[in-house]
Design a protein around this ligand. Structure first.
Ligand SMILES: [Zn+2]
Length: 393
């Protein structure tokens, strides 16, 4: 099986680190106005990857975080005059119920940042004592000069990294840093903001350390697959690598980096800051979960695509075809094939070419519908493939 590794920028043969289980981590959400279609694109894709790995016989352990404390949540809580914790819980519940409706299985470990402060403090303490981090006026920063490979994942030079860090909240102009690319591990309590006690003083953790700490605690020093949206490559994933490898002394922290592409709407990236969001619960009022899942899976995970509601016309037709073909399967006296069609596994094993897999699924449905004598083995395979892709009939 081939997986495109964003780190090496090429397809590589998939071989898990251990025979025991495939360990996978996908960065979670910051719960303040989820779940838009861009989120759903990422989580439905990784859910399908995990379903396929399980079909292949792997045991899979998945962890995911919820960034339930950060600047964005506090800002939003102020705007809507709500307690930040209530706001986070409300949107986390909404997110989970949307994903459940889309038939996305919950990760084995689903952890809130606020429940992992101690784990993060432990990691920060070690980074300080081993000289990878430094403390200035109550803030703790990671010293990027101590990690020579900083920039290897994003393949950006220093100048480019500073520019992107500026756009994505990395505060390169922070005067307390030794180097503009140093990133915050712990930030000193600001007046009126929630805080936690720590060996470095009162405050709250930075964002990047959250994922490194959870991965280490729930999955170990090294993992097989780390996923997330492409916009997380820098500075988030770059910083995760730096702090995790400095903490454990082991490399690589992640064997395969997988990134989903951006979803556009009306020519721009679908994002909270631009306010051009298509929300999953709005779509669910008009379309079925299968139809939404179909629209998402019909786009290759590494190619940017532009959302257009007319996509649901094809989704509706296709889902109706699969459903009709499935009703023609007779369990009575059925013989079950030992293997699923090679075309299916070939497409899935070529870096999860799900759009081609869907095209095959439709071809199979049409064949069943058109045939005078339904081949039960074909109908059975159709049902199996549909279920591996996470459709529910
Ligand atoms: Zn993360």
């Amino acid at each position: 099986m081939l997986i495109f590794n964003s780190f090496s920028n090429k397809k590589e043969t998939f071989k898990p680190i251990s025979d025991q289980a495939v360990k996978i981590y996908v960065c979670g959400i910051t719960p303040y106005d989820t779940t838009h279609l861009g989120h759903a694109f990422t989580y439905v894709f990784f859910d399908t990857v995990i379903r396929y790995l399980k079909f292949k016989g792997y045991r899979v352990i998945q962890a995911q975080n919820i960034t339930d404390i950060d600047d964005d949540i506090l800002k939003k809580a102020k705007e809507v005059n709500q307690n930040w914790r209530d706001l986070g819980n409300y949107w986390t519940d909404r997110f989970l119920s949307d994903l459940k409706t889309l038939n996305v299985d919950l990760p084995d470990h689903y952890i809130k940042a606020t429940e992992s402060i101690e784990t993060m403090n432990h990691m920060i303490s070690k980074l300080l004592s081993t000289g990878f981090a430094y403390k200035t006026e109550g803030n703790v920063y990671f010293d990027v000069r101590k990690y020579k490979k900083y920039g290897s994942l994003s393949r950006l030079d220093k100048k480019q990294m500073v520019l992107v860090a500026k756009e994505r909240g990395g505060n390169p102009d922070d005067k307390l840093k030794k180097n503009p690319l140093d990133f915050i591990l712990w930030q000193k309590q600001k007046k009126g903001e929630p805080f936690w006690e720590s060996p470095f003083g009162r405050g709250r953790p930075g964002w990047h350390i959250e994922c490194s700490a959870m991965i280490n605690k729930y999955l170990g020093d090294q993992i097989d697959i780390h996923g997330g949206g492409k916009d997380l490559i820098f500075p988030h994933h770059e910083s995760e690598i730096a702090q995790s490898e400095s903490y454990t002394g082991k490399t690589p922290f992640v064997k395969y980096w997988m990134h989903t592409s951006m979803l556009l709407y009306k020519g721009e990236k679908m994002s909270k800051s631009l306010g051009n969001l298509i929300m999953v619960d709005d779509l669910l009022k008009k379309y079925s979960a299968n139809e939404i899942r179909y629209v998402l899976l019909a786009h290759h995970y590494r190619k940017p695509w532009e959302y257009d509601e007319s996509m649901f016309l094809e989704a509706k037709r296709s889902i109706a075809k699969i459903k009709k073909a499935l009703t023609m399967f007779k369990t009575k006296g059925a013989t079950y094939p030992k293997k699923l069609p090679e075309e299916f596994t070939r497409q899935m094993e070529d870096d999860f070419n799900i759009p081609n897999t869907l095209a095959f699924l439709i071809k199979l449905s049409e064949k069943i519908i058109d045939s005078k004598n339904v081949n039960n083995a074909t109908a059975y395979s159709l049902g199996q493939i549909a279920s591996i892709l996470g459709f529910s009939f």
